[in-house]
Write a protein that binds this ligand. Structure first.
Ligand code: SF4
Ligand code: FES
Length: 397
Protein backbone atom coordinates (compact mmCIF):
# COMPACT_ATOMS: atom_id res chain seq x y z
CA UNK A 1 0.00 0.00 0.00
CA UNK A 2 1.32 3.44 -0.83
CA UNK A 3 2.20 5.46 2.22
CA UNK A 4 0.09 8.62 2.36
CA UNK A 5 3.38 10.48 2.77
CA UNK A 6 4.04 9.59 -0.88
CA UNK A 7 1.02 11.58 -2.06
CA UNK A 8 2.28 14.79 -3.69
CA UNK A 9 1.95 17.81 -1.42
CA UNK A 10 -0.12 19.73 -3.93
CA UNK A 11 -2.79 17.01 -3.78
CA UNK A 12 -3.00 17.09 0.00
CA UNK A 13 -5.15 19.39 2.05
CA UNK A 14 -3.09 22.42 2.90
CA UNK A 15 -5.25 24.12 5.49
CA UNK A 16 -7.51 23.13 8.31
CA UNK A 17 -10.56 24.91 6.91
CA UNK A 18 -10.79 22.98 3.66
CA UNK A 19 -8.73 19.83 3.49
CA UNK A 20 -8.26 17.92 0.24
CA UNK A 21 -10.18 14.68 -0.28
CA UNK A 22 -9.50 11.45 1.60
CA UNK A 23 -7.37 10.03 -1.20
CA UNK A 24 -6.48 6.93 0.74
CA UNK A 25 -9.38 4.88 2.12
CA UNK A 26 -8.71 1.90 4.37
CA UNK A 27 -11.53 -0.46 5.26
CA UNK A 28 -10.72 -2.61 8.26
CA UNK A 29 -13.43 -5.08 7.40
CA UNK A 30 -13.20 -7.14 10.57
CA UNK A 31 -11.11 -7.50 13.69
CA UNK A 32 -11.58 -11.27 13.47
CA UNK A 33 -8.30 -12.95 12.65
CA UNK A 34 -7.01 -16.50 12.83
CA UNK A 35 -3.56 -15.23 13.81
CA UNK A 36 -2.44 -13.91 17.19
CA UNK A 37 0.50 -11.71 16.28
CA UNK A 38 2.41 -10.12 19.11
CA UNK A 39 2.88 -6.87 17.13
CA UNK A 40 -0.68 -6.44 15.81
CA UNK A 41 -1.73 -2.78 15.67
CA UNK A 42 -5.41 -3.58 16.29
CA UNK A 43 -6.85 -2.33 19.59
CA UNK A 44 -5.94 -4.45 22.62
CA UNK A 45 -9.37 -3.88 24.07
CA UNK A 46 -12.29 -4.67 21.79
CA UNK A 47 -14.93 -4.47 24.49
CA UNK A 48 -16.26 -1.18 23.08
CA UNK A 49 -16.32 -2.29 19.45
CA UNK A 50 -19.81 -2.73 18.04
CA UNK A 51 -21.09 -5.23 15.49
CA UNK A 52 -19.48 -5.31 12.05
CA UNK A 53 -20.98 -3.32 9.21
CA UNK A 54 -23.26 -5.19 6.83
CA UNK A 55 -22.33 -5.59 3.16
CA UNK A 56 -24.73 -2.83 2.06
CA UNK A 57 -23.19 -0.44 4.59
CA UNK A 58 -19.68 -1.09 3.27
CA UNK A 59 -20.92 -0.52 -0.28
CA UNK A 60 -22.42 2.81 0.74
CA UNK A 61 -19.12 3.84 2.35
CA UNK A 62 -17.31 2.99 -0.89
CA UNK A 63 -19.69 4.99 -3.07
CA UNK A 64 -19.64 8.04 -0.80
CA UNK A 65 -15.86 8.03 -0.38
CA UNK A 66 -15.30 7.64 -4.12
CA UNK A 67 -17.67 10.53 -4.80
CA UNK A 68 -15.58 12.60 -2.41
CA UNK A 69 -12.36 11.76 -4.28
CA UNK A 70 -10.93 8.62 -2.66
CA UNK A 71 -8.85 6.67 -5.16
CA UNK A 72 -6.80 4.10 -3.33
CA UNK A 73 -8.51 1.40 -1.32
CA UNK A 74 -6.89 -0.84 1.27
CA UNK A 75 -8.83 -3.87 2.53
CA UNK A 76 -7.49 -5.12 5.82
CA UNK A 77 -8.51 -6.21 9.28
CA UNK A 78 -7.96 -8.45 11.25
CA UNK A 79 -8.05 -10.82 8.34
CA UNK A 80 -10.27 -9.44 5.57
CA UNK A 81 -10.74 -12.92 4.12
CA UNK A 82 -12.78 -13.73 7.22
CA UNK A 83 -15.55 -11.70 5.53
CA UNK A 84 -17.54 -13.87 3.14
CA UNK A 85 -18.61 -10.78 1.21
CA UNK A 86 -15.05 -9.70 0.37
CA UNK A 87 -15.56 -10.51 -3.32
CA UNK A 88 -18.74 -8.39 -3.39
CA UNK A 89 -16.93 -5.47 -1.79
CA UNK A 90 -13.99 -5.76 -4.23
CA UNK A 91 -16.33 -5.91 -7.22
CA UNK A 92 -18.17 -2.79 -6.08
CA UNK A 93 -14.90 -0.95 -5.47
CA UNK A 94 -13.62 -1.96 -8.90
CA UNK A 95 -16.77 -0.72 -10.60
CA UNK A 96 -16.40 2.61 -8.79
CA UNK A 97 -12.84 2.97 -10.08
CA UNK A 98 -10.81 2.34 -6.92
CA UNK A 99 -7.34 0.82 -7.04
CA UNK A 100 -7.84 -2.12 -4.69
CA UNK A 101 -5.21 -3.65 -2.42
CA UNK A 102 -5.84 -6.71 -0.24
CA UNK A 103 -3.66 -6.82 2.88
CA UNK A 104 -3.73 -10.39 4.13
CA UNK A 105 -2.06 -13.09 6.18
CA UNK A 106 -3.08 -15.49 3.41
CA UNK A 107 -5.22 -17.60 5.73
CA UNK A 108 -8.39 -18.35 3.80
CA UNK A 109 -6.97 -17.46 0.40
CA UNK A 110 -7.84 -20.65 -1.45
CA UNK A 111 -7.44 -20.88 -5.21
CA UNK A 112 -11.21 -20.59 -5.66
CA UNK A 113 -11.33 -17.36 -3.64
CA UNK A 114 -8.32 -15.92 -5.41
CA UNK A 115 -9.88 -16.64 -8.79
CA UNK A 116 -13.12 -15.00 -7.64
CA UNK A 117 -11.28 -11.95 -6.28
CA UNK A 118 -9.40 -11.57 -9.53
CA UNK A 119 -12.63 -11.84 -11.50
CA UNK A 120 -14.08 -9.15 -9.21
CA UNK A 121 -11.24 -6.85 -10.23
CA UNK A 122 -8.76 -7.03 -7.34
CA UNK A 123 -5.62 -5.10 -8.35
CA UNK A 124 -3.02 -5.93 -5.74
CA UNK A 125 -2.23 -8.30 -2.88
CA UNK A 126 0.15 -7.79 0.02
CA UNK A 127 1.02 -10.99 1.88
CA UNK A 128 2.48 -10.94 5.38
CA UNK A 129 5.09 -13.33 6.75
CA UNK A 130 6.39 -13.36 10.30
CA UNK A 131 9.80 -14.93 9.61
CA UNK A 132 11.85 -17.12 7.28
CA UNK A 133 11.56 -20.12 9.55
CA UNK A 134 8.48 -22.14 10.25
CA UNK A 135 9.34 -22.26 13.94
CA UNK A 136 9.49 -18.47 14.42
CA UNK A 137 6.67 -17.69 11.96
CA UNK A 138 4.37 -20.05 13.77
CA UNK A 139 5.49 -18.96 17.20
CA UNK A 140 5.03 -15.22 16.55
CA UNK A 141 1.55 -15.71 15.11
CA UNK A 142 0.68 -18.51 17.51
CA UNK A 143 -0.56 -20.59 14.57
CA UNK A 144 0.75 -23.23 12.19
CA UNK A 145 0.62 -21.12 9.04
CA UNK A 146 4.12 -21.10 7.55
CA UNK A 147 3.48 -23.77 4.87
CA UNK A 148 0.06 -22.29 4.14
CA UNK A 149 1.59 -18.87 3.50
CA UNK A 150 4.18 -20.43 1.20
CA UNK A 151 1.39 -22.07 -0.80
CA UNK A 152 -0.51 -18.78 -0.98
CA UNK A 153 2.62 -17.02 -2.23
CA UNK A 154 2.82 -19.55 -5.08
CA UNK A 155 -0.88 -19.00 -5.86
CA UNK A 156 -0.38 -15.23 -6.02
CA UNK A 157 2.33 -15.76 -8.61
CA UNK A 158 0.20 -18.24 -10.53
CA UNK A 159 -2.50 -15.59 -10.87
CA UNK A 160 0.12 -13.14 -12.12
CA UNK A 161 -0.13 -10.63 -9.34
CA UNK A 162 3.06 -8.81 -8.38
CA UNK A 163 4.49 -10.70 -5.42
CA UNK A 164 4.53 -8.26 -2.51
CA UNK A 165 5.69 -9.60 0.84
CA UNK A 166 5.55 -7.74 4.10
CA UNK A 167 7.56 -8.81 7.13
CA UNK A 168 7.33 -6.93 10.41
CA UNK A 169 10.75 -6.80 12.08
CA UNK A 170 11.56 -6.73 15.79
CA UNK A 171 14.09 -8.12 18.22
CA UNK A 172 12.95 -11.74 17.79
CA UNK A 173 13.37 -11.95 14.00
CA UNK A 174 15.56 -9.02 12.91
CA UNK A 175 18.68 -11.23 12.99
CA UNK A 176 17.07 -13.32 10.23
CA UNK A 177 16.88 -10.57 7.62
CA UNK A 178 19.32 -12.32 5.29
CA UNK A 179 17.30 -15.55 5.44
CA UNK A 180 14.02 -13.65 5.06
CA UNK A 181 15.29 -11.97 1.90
CA UNK A 182 16.61 -15.29 0.54
CA UNK A 183 13.16 -16.80 1.18
CA UNK A 184 11.51 -13.91 -0.65
CA UNK A 185 13.86 -14.38 -3.58
CA UNK A 186 13.07 -18.12 -3.77
CA UNK A 187 9.37 -17.25 -3.79
CA UNK A 188 9.92 -14.87 -6.69
CA UNK A 189 8.99 -11.72 -4.77
CA UNK A 190 8.94 -8.44 -6.69
CA UNK A 191 8.73 -6.24 -3.60
CA UNK A 192 9.60 -6.89 0.02
CA UNK A 193 8.82 -4.52 2.80
CA UNK A 194 10.89 -5.05 5.93
CA UNK A 195 8.87 -2.89 8.26
CA UNK A 196 10.28 -2.45 11.73
CA UNK A 197 7.54 -2.60 14.32
CA UNK A 198 5.72 0.62 15.14
CA UNK A 199 4.71 0.59 18.77
CA UNK A 200 0.92 0.76 18.90
CA UNK A 201 -1.72 -1.78 19.92
CA UNK A 202 -0.25 -5.14 20.84
CA UNK A 203 3.26 -4.03 19.86
CA UNK A 204 3.02 -1.22 22.43
CA UNK A 205 2.06 -3.77 25.03
CA UNK A 206 5.05 -5.95 24.03
CA UNK A 207 7.49 -3.11 23.40
CA UNK A 208 10.06 -4.18 26.00
CA UNK A 209 10.31 -7.60 24.35
CA UNK A 210 10.23 -6.41 20.71
CA UNK A 211 12.45 -3.34 20.51
CA UNK A 212 15.76 -4.38 18.90
CA UNK A 213 19.21 -3.17 19.83
CA UNK A 214 21.23 -0.75 17.69
CA UNK A 215 23.67 -3.54 16.83
CA UNK A 216 20.79 -5.71 15.56
CA UNK A 217 19.45 -2.84 13.50
CA UNK A 218 22.86 -2.12 11.98
CA UNK A 219 23.40 -5.79 11.05
CA UNK A 220 19.94 -5.92 9.43
CA UNK A 221 20.61 -2.79 7.38
CA UNK A 222 23.96 -4.20 6.27
CA UNK A 223 22.36 -7.49 5.25
CA UNK A 224 19.73 -5.58 3.30
CA UNK A 225 22.38 -3.51 1.52
CA UNK A 226 24.34 -6.67 0.55
CA UNK A 227 21.18 -8.28 -0.76
CA UNK A 228 20.20 -5.22 -2.80
CA UNK A 229 23.64 -5.16 -4.35
CA UNK A 230 23.38 -8.81 -5.33
CA UNK A 231 19.87 -8.82 -6.82
CA UNK A 232 19.95 -5.34 -8.33
CA UNK A 233 16.65 -4.24 -9.88
CA UNK A 234 15.18 -7.75 -9.94
CA UNK A 235 13.62 -7.23 -6.55
CA UNK A 236 12.87 -4.05 -4.61
CA UNK A 237 13.46 -4.06 -0.88
CA UNK A 238 12.09 -1.39 1.42
CA UNK A 239 13.61 -1.18 4.87
CA UNK A 240 11.55 0.90 7.27
CA UNK A 241 13.72 1.97 10.21
CA UNK A 242 12.07 1.93 13.66
CA UNK A 243 11.45 5.56 14.44
CA UNK A 244 12.64 5.11 18.06
CA UNK A 245 16.15 5.20 16.58
CA UNK A 246 15.62 8.48 14.76
CA UNK A 247 15.94 12.07 15.99
CA UNK A 248 13.07 13.45 13.90
CA UNK A 249 9.61 11.90 13.71
CA UNK A 250 7.83 10.54 10.69
CA UNK A 251 5.09 12.75 9.18
CA UNK A 252 2.56 10.22 10.42
CA UNK A 253 -0.43 9.85 8.08
CA UNK A 254 0.88 12.99 6.36
CA UNK A 255 -0.84 14.74 9.24
CA UNK A 256 -4.16 13.59 10.71
CA UNK A 257 -7.18 14.32 8.54
CA UNK A 258 -5.23 15.28 5.41
CA UNK A 259 -5.34 12.22 3.12
CA UNK A 260 -6.21 9.12 5.14
CA UNK A 261 -9.64 7.87 6.12
CA UNK A 262 -9.96 4.57 7.95
CA UNK A 263 -13.20 2.80 8.74
CA UNK A 264 -13.15 0.32 11.63
CA UNK A 265 -15.20 -2.90 11.43
CA UNK A 266 -18.09 -1.36 13.37
CA UNK A 267 -18.21 1.75 11.19
CA UNK A 268 -16.22 4.12 13.38
CA UNK A 269 -14.35 6.55 11.12
CA UNK A 270 -10.73 7.18 12.07
CA UNK A 271 -8.00 9.55 10.83
CA UNK A 272 -5.45 6.79 11.57
CA UNK A 273 -5.89 3.12 12.41
CA UNK A 274 -4.65 3.59 15.98
CA UNK A 275 -6.51 6.81 16.76
CA UNK A 276 -9.41 5.05 18.45
CA UNK A 277 -7.55 5.13 21.76
CA UNK A 278 -6.98 8.91 21.68
CA UNK A 279 -9.01 10.45 24.53
CA UNK A 280 -11.43 13.34 24.15
CA UNK A 281 -12.33 12.61 20.54
CA UNK A 282 -15.80 11.47 19.62
CA UNK A 283 -15.15 9.58 16.42
CA UNK A 284 -18.20 9.56 14.15
CA UNK A 285 -19.77 6.38 12.81
CA UNK A 286 -20.72 5.86 9.17
CA UNK A 287 -24.02 4.39 10.37
CA UNK A 288 -25.03 7.83 11.62
CA UNK A 289 -23.23 10.27 9.34
CA UNK A 290 -22.22 10.67 5.72
CA UNK A 291 -18.59 10.34 4.68
CA UNK A 292 -18.69 13.95 3.51
CA UNK A 293 -19.81 15.31 6.87
CA UNK A 294 -17.38 13.03 8.73
CA UNK A 295 -14.45 14.17 6.64
CA UNK A 296 -15.15 17.88 6.46
CA UNK A 297 -17.27 18.72 9.49
CA UNK A 298 -16.66 16.34 12.38
CA UNK A 299 -14.71 17.82 15.32
CA UNK A 300 -12.67 14.61 15.60
CA UNK A 301 -11.32 14.92 12.04
CA UNK A 302 -10.71 18.66 12.42
CA UNK A 303 -8.98 18.38 15.79
CA UNK A 304 -5.43 17.97 14.46
CA UNK A 305 -5.72 19.74 11.13
CA UNK A 306 -3.67 22.86 10.54
CA UNK A 307 -1.26 24.06 13.20
CA UNK A 308 -3.38 25.84 15.82
CA UNK A 309 -3.41 22.75 18.07
CA UNK A 310 0.38 22.53 18.25
CA UNK A 311 2.33 23.21 21.42
CA UNK A 312 5.94 24.26 21.72
CA UNK A 313 8.45 23.28 20.46
CA UNK A 314 6.41 22.38 17.33
CA UNK A 315 4.41 25.61 17.25
CA UNK A 316 7.45 27.72 16.36
CA UNK A 317 9.54 25.01 14.71
CA UNK A 318 10.52 25.52 11.06
CA UNK A 319 10.07 21.77 10.45
CA UNK A 320 6.39 21.65 11.45
CA UNK A 321 5.21 21.84 7.84
CA UNK A 322 7.26 18.74 7.00
CA UNK A 323 6.41 16.37 9.85
CA UNK A 324 3.27 17.94 11.41
CA UNK A 325 4.82 17.35 14.82
CA UNK A 326 5.11 13.58 14.20
CA UNK A 327 2.63 10.99 15.36
CA UNK A 328 -0.34 11.93 17.58
CA UNK A 329 -0.78 8.37 18.81
CA UNK A 330 2.86 8.03 19.78
CA UNK A 331 2.75 11.41 21.54
CA UNK A 332 -0.28 10.24 23.50
CA UNK A 333 1.07 6.80 24.36
CA UNK A 334 4.41 8.14 25.55
CA UNK A 335 3.44 11.47 27.16
CA UNK A 336 -0.29 11.22 27.86
CA UNK A 337 -1.05 14.23 25.62
CA UNK A 338 -1.63 13.75 21.90
CA UNK A 339 -0.93 17.45 21.23
CA UNK A 340 2.67 17.18 22.43
CA UNK A 341 5.54 16.84 19.99
CA UNK A 342 6.21 13.22 19.11
CA UNK A 343 8.92 12.25 21.63
CA UNK A 344 10.92 10.65 18.82
CA UNK A 345 11.95 14.25 18.06
CA UNK A 346 15.20 15.20 19.77
CA UNK A 347 13.74 18.69 20.31
CA UNK A 348 10.89 17.29 22.40
CA UNK A 349 11.25 17.69 26.18
CA UNK A 350 10.04 14.08 26.35
CA UNK A 351 12.68 12.64 24.02
CA UNK A 352 14.31 10.89 26.98
CA UNK A 353 11.29 8.52 27.07
CA UNK A 354 12.39 7.16 23.71
CA UNK A 355 16.11 7.05 24.44
CA UNK A 356 15.43 5.29 27.75
CA UNK A 357 13.37 2.63 25.98
CA UNK A 358 16.20 2.09 23.49
CA UNK A 359 18.73 1.92 26.33
CA UNK A 360 16.58 -0.72 28.04
CA UNK A 361 16.54 -2.69 24.78
CA UNK A 362 20.34 -2.48 24.64
CA UNK A 363 20.58 -3.92 28.14
CA UNK A 364 18.19 -6.70 27.26
CA UNK A 365 19.95 -7.57 23.98
CA UNK A 366 21.62 -10.95 24.12
CA UNK A 367 19.81 -12.00 27.28
CA UNK A 368 18.78 -15.64 27.07
CA UNK A 369 15.17 -14.99 28.08
CA UNK A 370 12.63 -12.26 27.49
CA UNK A 371 12.23 -9.65 30.22
CA UNK A 372 8.53 -10.48 30.53
CA UNK A 373 5.97 -12.77 28.86
CA UNK A 374 4.75 -11.81 25.40
CA UNK A 375 1.10 -10.91 25.02
CA UNK A 376 -0.44 -12.64 22.00
CA UNK A 377 -3.31 -10.91 20.23
CA UNK A 378 -6.33 -12.97 20.94
CA UNK A 379 -9.72 -11.86 19.66
CA UNK A 380 -11.58 -14.08 22.06
CA UNK A 381 -9.61 -12.98 25.09
CA UNK A 382 -9.69 -9.25 24.36
CA UNK A 383 -13.41 -9.21 23.93
CA UNK A 384 -13.48 -9.90 27.65
CA UNK A 385 -12.67 -7.09 30.03
CA UNK A 386 -10.01 -9.13 31.83
CA UNK A 387 -7.78 -9.83 28.82
CA UNK A 388 -4.60 -11.46 29.99
CA UNK A 389 -1.04 -11.59 28.74
CA UNK A 390 -0.04 -14.99 27.54
CA UNK A 391 3.29 -16.64 28.20
CA UNK A 392 6.28 -17.15 25.99
CA UNK A 393 5.92 -20.88 26.42
CA UNK A 394 2.52 -20.96 24.70
CA UNK A 395 2.34 -23.55 21.96
CA UNK A 396 0.97 -22.84 18.47
CA UNK A 397 -2.56 -24.06 17.96
FE1 SF4 B 1 8.78 18.24 14.13
FE2 SF4 B 1 7.85 19.36 16.39
FE3 SF4 B 1 10.27 18.21 16.34
FE4 SF4 B 1 9.87 20.49 15.03
S1 SF4 B 1 9.77 20.20 17.26
S2 SF4 B 1 10.98 18.72 14.25
S3 SF4 B 1 7.73 20.20 14.29
S4 SF4 B 1 8.28 17.19 16.05
FE1 FES C 1 -2.00 7.52 14.81
FE2 FES C 1 0.51 8.17 14.00
S1 FES C 1 -0.35 6.16 14.40
S2 FES C 1 -1.22 9.46 14.23
Amino acid sequence: MTDPAAVPAERQGSDAARPGPPLWLLLELTYRCPLHCVFCYNPTDLSNVGRELETAEWLRVLAEARALGSVQLGLSGGEPLAREDLETIVAAAHRLGFYTNLITSGVGLTEARLAALQAAGLDHIQLSFQDSTRRMNDFLSSTRTFELKSRVAALIRKYRYPMVLNVVLHRLNIDHVEEILDMAERMGADYVELANTQYYGWAWRNRAQLLPSRAQLRRAEEATARFRERVGRRMRVFFVVPDYFEVRPKPCMSGLGRVFLGIAPDGVALPCQSARMLPGLDFPNVRAASIRSIWYDSPAFNRYRGEAWMKEPCRSCPERGRDFGGCRCQAYLLTGDAANADPVCALSPHHHLVTEAVAAAERQAGAPALAAPLAFRDYREVTRADSRADTLGRRPK
